[in-house]
Unconditional design. Structure first.
Lengths: 894, 121
């Protein structure tokens, strides 16, 4: 008689249970084997064969040990891995294969769910790429959090931010102790010559300390240092783009001289591609040297930055700055009283303006994703309902609930993973479109890319989008008792999906309605904005700019000569009706504010008038078709040696002479230089034009004859050329004429004025198009949701519909019933959407123009569209319902 | 789009079916009286004319699982002159589960019969 226990123990090996329990198990199995063996011997087997046969089932030692241990484990632990044997990885692979087969078996469901998920995930991945590039991604400066910039504003208009003045900067640098280093720059347009064609490049004159403060290492050569501020060679650091564009990325450029502003500048370094400061448009940084000496304290055109000392909080630096600001205001009341200076993080200052639009866009895309999730949840709920029978039977047959849930989740995660892959493809395409067609004035937009962090984010979103909608159906699947599900399952009616699906569709419609209202408001706002009369006639007008710089145009007189020559020469071009010059082009150039005094009136220093100043040629008003309201135009008799005259716009006349005639009044520039601050007589009032933006209220402005223009710091010039035909067709000949006037003088931004106007609202057009696009996707997804839910509702009620038809209901009546159901759902959703959009439209307020955020016409139109979408989506199920054969349905064969 | 498809049993169902039916068989045998493992295996073999077989490696995990779920209860019984044996008894929970499983199986077979004309018993 063998020692059965020893034999069994040897085969099992140690079990992961306590020793007493192991002894019990071994004893029980040994008895079984012994009895089995005895029976086999009794039936004629040799003892040796019988022992082998009785123990044979224990030969797969690992499997038996696992089975025993798992069966014997405490209850909670038994819920974890699927009891299908093999490794967890193997079980997962099986689940994935199974899930793939199920999806292939329901291609309609799979396609709709995939497209829905892909659209939602793709949209959110694309917009996340943009938000990351523009807002989230730290700029390539050392410790960007410690970098601050100085924002100046008038106390009475804290929203109107301007840059800093150089004298103020020098004082800050000497007095403030919160910072370890400072830097300053002034935007500067450089004419680069010695290339094939003269080029105009925007960049800056920067202090040698700027690069040390920013802390970005160069790509080639070196950055500027404080040593470069001393007299000596002019030096320049090139930006990556201009290095590629003008110098073909030549690595030997370092050390070479480039003719800028007519003087040789030694290229000392090239910055890496991502470096930009303070904005995208700055392409090179030249040493400041003495180019900025003597700038008055009230010309605030320079960007000042500083790096906080380690451990100094922004708030304490701000407090110190306020003390200094007060001291400066006391010392220089004429220029500094009433000015506030605030510190802002550099990144915030650069991207702050883009934030509201990006927040609104992200919210819109978030809504699209939520709608997509709701749609998928609704689809899954329907699917779970239709699989109740399968679930019930498997539960009855002893499948563990954990196993079922894990399979269900595997299925949904597979969907999500596929949706995520498609979504990434969509994101790639969308980002490409954004980079190519996005507005130029959004900083760093061109850095947008689907990179690793975006992919990681997409993976997270995909899994959330796959797992979240699956939870509700999974819970319900588990709650049901198998017996009741079996009964109901075979009976064929399941109403649970009806309720859950309807709720989801209502949520979807509410979200889509919110988005559509936003889209509608933006669209209306955009169409109102596009219809705004700019106050001049931009059609058939070509604009071009020149920036006249030393040494060829060192004196104001030489600039005037250039303007005269250009006016003369272009006027003689066949097909040109009129030519005019202006110092800053409406909608195309920033304003140049100039303080003034008014004779006979006194103003507190903080109230001192500040007018937009534009020097124009006598032909300007006619060429631009700007109406004269009173008085006279400039003529060729307004020369530099005649009495100083000005035209004012209606905004100025209204503000300062509300009930009087401003003509004949005397005003004086307040530059602080006696030779400029001479009396000027107002000789006419012209209509307001939209010079700063179609949505902006026009500021008080003066026009001076360019012949009487004296300020040396206003050296930019634009020309407008009114043509008989298409303005673009004159570009070539006008370029030739300009080369004839001065072969070394670049001209730039040659464009039809219509294009300039259109570009001034490009960012709004882009935002509107995007939100409108997302609203359309949302409505499309809703249509799918309504279609699915109503389709299910019809399927559930096919017997009821059959009975109704058998009792005489018309097919039309049935269709009306189904569409009515859809309309009821849609109406509830639209109502909820109204409440939601009322609550969220505040986000939009800054983006709207001349449209109230509760605009009744827009909201009711959108509501109608949403209802129509709901009704249209129900049409197919309604037709299906009305074409049911009552007899078949009632018999239950359908 | 929501093709409601006939309940499709996955690959693993065969295993679950066997597991589920094994449990039902054991519960049913214990409904008659308390039995020890070897007796259960023998009875299943005999009553199914050898169609269903349990061996030592498949029977005891099932018994332990049922015991763990509180459907049966095992205890060692010693009698004079006989080796001690572990006998299993059906619990009240076990009885309820057995009843429910009988109903499910009836429904299942009724359905199979309606659909595939498979008659049981």
């Amino acid at each position: 008689m063998p020692d059965w226990k020893a034999l069994v123990r040897a085969r099992l090996g140690p079990l992961p249970v306590d020793p007493a329990r192991q002894a019990d198990i071994v004893e029980e199995l040994a008895q079984h084997a012994a009895e089995h063996c005895a029976e086999l011997v009794a039936s004629g087997m040799t003892e040796r064969e019988a022992i082998a046969a009785a123990l044979a089932p224990l030969d797969d030692r690992a499997r038996v040990a696992t089975d025993l241990a798992r069966a014997d484990r405490p209850r909670h632990a038994a819920l974890s891995p699927p009891a299908t044997g093999g490794s967890p990885a193997g079980a997962f692979a099986r689940d994935v294969r199974y899930a793939a087969r199920l999806l292939l078996r329901a291609p309609g469901f799979a396609a709709v769910a995939l497209v829905t998920l892909a659209l939602g995930i793709g949209a959110i991945a694309a917009i996340f790429s943009v938000v990351r590039a523009v807002i989230l991604r730290p700029p390539p400066y050392r410790d960007p959090a410690g970098l601050v910039t100085f924002l100046n504003s008038r106390s009475e208009a804290p929203g109107a931010i301007t840059s800093s003045s150089l004298p103020d900067y020098q004082d800050w640098r000497q007095r403030l102790t919160s910072f370890e280093s400072f830097g300053v720059l002034s935007g500067w347009t450089f004419n680069i010559t010695g290339l094939e064609l003269p080029e105009r490049v925007f960049g800056a004159r920067v202090s040698g300390s700027l690069f040390r403060t920013l802390g970005t290492p160069p790509l080639l050569g070196r950055v500027l240092t404080p040593d470069d501020d001393r007299p000596g060679d002019e030096v320049v650091v090139l930006g990556y783009r201009v290095w590629r564009r003008l110098f073909n990325g030549d690595p030997s450029i370092v050390g070479r001289a480039v003719m800028m502003e007519g003087r040789p500048h030694i290229v000392v370094g090239v910055m890496p591609p991502r470096f930009r400061f303070p904005g995208d448009e700055y392409e090179l940084w030249a040493g400041i040297k003495d180019n900025m000496d003597g700038m008055p304290r009230n010309s605030r055109f320079s960007v000042a930055v500083a790096r906080l000392k380690p451990g100094v909080a922004l708030s304490s630096a701000q407090a110190e700055l306020e003390t200094t600001t007060a001291q400066l205001a006391a010392a220089y009341p004429d220029t500094n009283k009433g000015w506030r200076v605030t510190l802002a993080g550099v990144q915030e200052a650069v991207v702050g303006q883009s934030r509201p639009a990006l927040v609104a866009l992200s919210a819109a895309v978030g809504l699209v994703l939520l709608i997509a999730c709701a749609n998928v949840a609704s689809l899954l709920l329907a699917r779970a309902t239709s699989r109740r029978r399968e679930t019930a039977i498997r539960l009855a047959l002893g499948a563990s609930r954990a196993r079922l849930v894990s399979q269900w989740m595997t299925e949904n995660l597979l969907l999500a993973a596929l949706g995520g892959v498609l979504g990434v493809a969509i994101a790639f395409a969308a980002v490409r479109l954004v980079v190519v067609f996005g507005p130029r004035d959004v900083p760093r937009l061109d850095e947008t890319a689907v990179d690793l962090p975006v992919l990681a984010f997409t993976v997270l979103v995909s899994f959330a989008a796959g797992a979240l909608p699956a939870i509700a159906p999974a819970v319900r699947m588990l709650r049901e008792s198998s017996a009741s599900a079996l009964k109901e399952g075979f009976g064929g009616v399941a109403t649970a999906h009806g309720r859950g699906g309807a709720a989801l569709v209502v949520v979807e419609i509410a979200l889509a309605m919110t988005l559509a209202v936003a889209g509608g408001l933006l669209l209306k706002s955009f169409s109102r904005l596009s219809a705004v009369d700019p106050g001049f006639d931009p059609s058939r007008v070509l604009t071009l700019k020149v920036f006249l710089t030393p040494p060829r145009y060192r004196s104001v007189e030489s600039e005037k000569q250039f303007v005269r020559a250009t006016l003369d020469r272009l006027a003689r071009v066949p097909g040109v009706e009129q030519v005019a010059a202006i110092s800053s082009l409406p909608l195309g150039d920033p304003a140049s504010g100039q303080p003034f005094t008014i004779d006979g009136r006194t103003f507190a220093p903080s109230q001192r008038p500040n007018f937009d100043y534009r020097a124009i040629s006598a032909s300007y008003l006619d060429a631009m078709r700007i109406p004269l309201r009173r008085g006279r135009r400039f003529t060729d008799d307004d020369r530099e040696n005649t009495a100083r005259v000005l035209l004012v716009n209606e905004a100025l006349a209204r503000a300062f002479w509300p009930n009087q005639d401003p003509i004949g009044k005397i005003i004086r520039p307040a530059t602080g230089y006696p030779r400029f601050d001479t009396p000027h007589t107002i000789v006419g009032v012209v209509a307001d034009v939209k010079s700063l933006g179609l949505e902006k209220v026009e500021r008080p402005a003066v026009y001076a004859p360019f012949t009487q223009r004296e300020f040396p710091w206003l050296r930019w010039n634009s020309f407008v050329v009114r043509t008989r035909g298409e303005p673009e067709s004159y570009v070539r000949i006008i370029r030739q004429e300009m080369v004839a006037i001065d072969p070394l003088q670049p001209i730039y931004q040659v464009a039809a004025f219509d294009t300039v106007v259109s570009q001034s609202i490009a960012a709004r057009r882009f935002n509107t198009a995007l939100i409108g696009f997302f609203a359309a996707i949302a409505l499309g997804l809703c249509a799918v949701g309504v279609y699915g839910t109503i389709g299910y509702w019809v399927a559930e009620r096919s017997r009821e519909i059959g009975v109704r038809m058998a009792l005489g209901a018309s097919r039309r009546g049935i269709r009306a019933m189904v569409v009515g159901r859809a309309l009821a759902l849609t109406a509830v959703g639209a109502g909820a959407g109204l409440v939601l959009s009322a609550a969220t439209s505040r986000l939009l307020e800054t983006l709207l123009y001349d449209v109230h955020r509760f605009d009744a016409a827009t909201i009711s139109t959108v509501a109608l569209i949403v209802l129509a979408t709901g009704a249209a989506a129900a049409y197919v199920p309604a037709r299906r319902a009305s074409s049911l054969d009552p007899l078949t349905v009632i018999r239950g064969d359908s | 789009m929501y093709d409601s498809y006939i309940c499709c049993l996955p690959m693993s169902t065969d295993r679950e079916l066997r597991k589920g039916s094994a449990e039902t068989l054991i519960l049913a045998l214990l409904e008659e009286r308390d039995r020890h493992g070897y007796e259960i295996a023998k009875l299943i073999d005999r009553r199914s004319d050898g169609t269903l077989k349990f061996h030592v490696a498949s029977l005891y995990p099932t018994l332990y699982r049922l015991e763990r779920r509180g459907l049966i209860q095992g205890r060692w019984i010693e009698r004079a002159g006989v080796r001690r044996r572990r006998f299993y008894r059906l619990t009240a929970d076990g009885q309820r589960t057995l009843d429910a499983q009988r109903r499910s199986w009836s429904a299942f077979f009724a359905a199979l019969n309606r659909v595939a004309r498979i008659r049981h018993a």
